[in-house]
Design a protein around this ligand. Structure first.
Ligand code: TXE
Length: 479
């Protein structure tokens, strides 16, 4: 019998009201291995009622009690790390070694925001001898968290943990492509003593379960990570209802390598920042700009290193690249490789689907490097979100800045240079929410995280997330 996942509502695993399920695929084999609830608005309504009822208790629970419970959830994730990592890899296609690091981060998310529950504070504004203003930061109520399929439990917990730490109750929906670890989280929350109804997890499609969350009049804030088109749709539904929104969307991130950089480090990190998680990370660098004098050298080294990357069985430590999350995404990435060829690009390595022995029907694509394309062409403007990068030479700081800023996106830049002044100068002018200088994906959870332009609105992380998930109220007291 095929395993059927359940929604997690009011502290209990609950089948969808309609009894309908969706097939859940294992990307490495291309086969269905479990089923996930195809929830309807009725399931979201049940989740909402449970959250609404739990809110008075949770929002007034002492900070220290919230801290203890959230910290126990972190410990529960740590304790079940191997089981969660195996589940994540099977469900998403990523190598198990990578899934282990992401499950660690899911635990850290809860631990980090558990302490935020203890430490969060607000301002006061004194008006000399006339009055004092102080700001109350109150929980919003019931909030919606919707997450994507690329870093499933990592991004799910990145939203849920601050929402709970700030005193809200949550209706959350993981991606229908990667529901499995979210389904295990319910049990971990019960074991940690999270009161019933504080966190409710509803599975299903964006257009039905997701739509019911974003359009629910009682759900006052939406935290979403996913594609830009979906983000635009969510804004069109939630903005007229005056919901608070945090949208973390796509990217087309520049990775800029100057001739004066530590090239060895730039090259080895670029291999990671291009192909980690099959390139399915919103922070992956997809346009690699290389200063002309070192273009051939960097290009040759990159091609040599990338050809060595093993793509295949996600169980093996030696597999650096796993399977693409879904058939539809696999076809989308392959169609972009075809587009790059049609636009006149030269494939330096990869450029094709792979069928590793034992996984012939899985959705694997060889890590692909392309050159010879103009910065303005579609391949260099649209998000591919797969194991595909382009190399583009540049001649000056001004020209690379113009090209880097030339897309509709603005999430993250990686900058490689040994020149401190240049690093500061460019960091100020790059139109992205994040600039990494001589590093990539070095994350301090206190820093503001998010993008500009079509990469989204709002910031997550640290106090930014705590502010998002609270409503400020000014109280003015005259003396
Ligand atoms: O994600 P969707 P898709 C990019 C990437 C990818 C593209 C599309 O380029 O190719 O987005 O991916 C839920 N109301 N990123 O279509 O649809 C959905 O169920 C409410 C970048 O697979 O955005 C899922 O839980 N919810 C990205 C979540 O939105 C809705 C990560 C994300 O899915 C909904 C993933 C609706 N009407 C893809 N429609 C990143 N920024 O990291 C869908 N959803």
């Amino acid at each position: 019998m095929m395993e059927k996942l359940s929604n997690f509502i009011n502290g209990a695993y609950t089948p969808p009201e309609t009894g309908l399920y969706l097939d859940n695929y294992q990307p490495a084999t291309g086969e269905v291995y479990s089923q996930v609830p195809d929830s309807s608005p009725a399931d979201v309504e049940r989740a909402y009622s449970a959250a609404e009822q739990a809110f008075p208790g949770w929002s007034t629970l002492a900070a220290e009690e919230k801290f203890k419970i959230l910290n126990r959830i972190a410990e529960g994730i740590d304790t079940r790390r191997e089981e969660l990592a195996q589940a994540e890899s099977r469900d998403q296609g990523k190598p198990v070694w990578l899934a282990r690091t992401e499950i660690n981060r899911a635990g850290q998310n809860f631990r980090f925001f558990a302490t935020a529950a203890l430490q969060f504070a607000s301002e006061s504004h004194s008006m000399e001898d006339r009055a004092i203003n102080y700001t109350l930061r109150q929980p919003i109520g019931v909030v919606g968290c919707i997450s994507p399929w690329n870093l499933p439990l990592y991004l799910f917990t990145w939203k849920i943990a601050p929402a709970l730490a700030a005193g809200n109750c949550v209706v959350a929906k993981p991606s229908e492509f990667t529901p499995y670890t979210a389904a295990l989280l319910g049990q971990i929350c019960n074991d940690a003593g999270l009161p019933a109804g504080v966190l409710n997890i509803v599975h299903g499609l964006g257009g039905s379960a997701g739509q019911a969350i974003i359009s629910h009049p009682g759900i006052k804030a939406i935290s979403f990570t996913g594609g830009t088109a979906t983000g635009r749709h969510i804004a069109s539904v939630a903005a007229p209802m005056f919901k608070k929104m945090s949208l973390e969307l796509g990217g087309k991130n520049p990775n800029i390598i100057f001739a004066d950089a530590d090239l060895e480090k730039a090259i080895s990190t670029t291999v990671r920042s291009s192909f980690q998680n099959q390139g399915e990370i919103c922070l992956c660098g997809s346009r690699v700009f290389i200063e002309r004098p070192v273009y051939e050298k960097v290009k040759n080294a990159l091609v040599e290193e990338v050809k060595k990357l093993k793509t295949g069985n996600p169980q093996l430590d030696e597999s650096r690249v796993g399977a693409i999350v879904s058939r539809q995404h696999y076809e989308k990435v392959l169609s972009y490789i075809q587009l790059a060829k049609d636009e006149g690009g030269t494939i330096l390595c990869g450029g094709e689907a792979l069928h590793p022995p034992g996984f012939e029907n899985g959705w694997f694509i060889a890590p692909t490097i392309i050159e010879g394309l103009d910065a303005a062409c579609r391949t260099n403007q649209e998000e591919i979100f797969g194991p595909v990068i382009t190399l583009i030479p540049f001649d000056s700081e001004e020209s690379v800045l113009t090209m880097a800023n030339s897309t509709a996106y603005g999430l993250a830049t990686t900058l490689w240079t040994g020149n401190l002044s240049r690093a500061h100068r460019l960091a100020g002018k790059l139109q992205t929410g994040i600039v990494w200088v001589n590093c990539w994906l070095l994350r301090d959870l206190r820093t503001p995280f998010g993008g500009t332009k079509q990469s989204g609105v709002g910031r997550e992380g640290g106090w930014e997330a705590m502010r998002f998930f609270t409503e400020p109220k000014n109280v003015c007291i005259a003396y």
